[in-house]
Design a protein around this ligand. Structure first.
Ligand SMILES: [Mg+2]
Length: 252
């Protein structure tokens, strides 16, 4: 059993430059004819509701054979009384915008290569639909840079469920006490990893993701074992005395 470092994808290995609101605005602009007369706020609200519904049904798809994102746009258009035939084109626009609006974070690929050179097992643990997450991974050149990719749809569990971290440890041939998980989300990444016995490493490039020491944390969140400002910082402390995984949580 050796050491392992896992990484979250969105806002950790890759950075999103468009906000959710900007994405929706650009989809509206690209499909202005289909959506003519629909108030912006209504489109946003209905799309948010239909997208949340498909996320909730990920492990028991209600429309077998229908691509979930297409289904979300189709239901949105139906609810708005618009041509549902535009759903696939709208989904394509969404994917194009996301791919164009994301980029690898500084040092991401170099860090993965250096971990590999050090004999450390690496993996990506990401919440989402397999085809979409893997598309982002391939588009940004991360395919093959880690020992495995574990997407929550395929795992049957989303972070922070300890089950997905357990599957990752099995893939890496590692035990929790010798594993670190790097991510941006205090609940999904840090809370999940710490409860599974891994050391949660908060990637906080701007230093604004961790509430003050005396402030309450969101439900399900944990304080991270470590905080890093640059992805390459994991190499600085990995295996160094004083930086062991001292998480006392029993491994799941
Ligand atoms: Mg993230």
């Amino acid at each position: 059993m050796g050491r392992a470092v896992f990484f979250d994808l969105d806002e950790t290995l890759i950075e999103h430059t468009l906000s959710a609101a900007e994405l929706v605005q650009q989809i509206q602009a690209a499909h202005a004819e289909t959506l003519a007369g629909v108030p912006d706020a209504e489109f946003r609200a209905v799309l948010r509701e239909k997208a949340a519904a498909i996320w909730g049904a990920m492990f028991e798809p209600t429309e077998p054979g229908v691509e979930p994102l297409v289904g979300a746009f189709r239901r949105t258009l139906e609810a708005l009384g618009r041509d549902a035939g535009a759903a696939r084109a709208m989904r394509d626009t969404f994917i194009e915008l996301v791919l164009a609006g994301t980029r690898p974070h500084a040092g991401a690929k170099e860090t993965l290569a250096r971990l590999r050179a050090e004999g450390v097992a690496t993996g990506i643990i990401t919440n989402g639909y397999s085809y979409f997450q893997e598309m982002k991974i391939a588009h940004h050149g991360f395919a093959g840079l880690t020992d495995f990719v574990l997407v929550s749809e395929a795992a049957g569990a989303h972070k922070p469920d300890p089950k997905i971290f357990q599957i990752a440890l099995e893939r890496a041939g590692a035990v929790a006490s010798e594993a670190w998980h790097v991510g941006d989300h205090l609940v999904n990444d840090i809370g999940g990893a710490e409860r599974a016995g891994l050391a949660g490493v908060l990637y906080d490039p701007k230093g604004d993701r961790l509430p003050a020491a005396d402030a309450a944390l969101p439900e399900g969140a944990r304080r991270p074992s470590f905080v890093i400002r640059e992805l390459g910082d994991v190499l600085r402390f990995l295996g160094q005395p004083g930086f062991e995984n001292t998480n006392s949580e029993p491994a799941c």
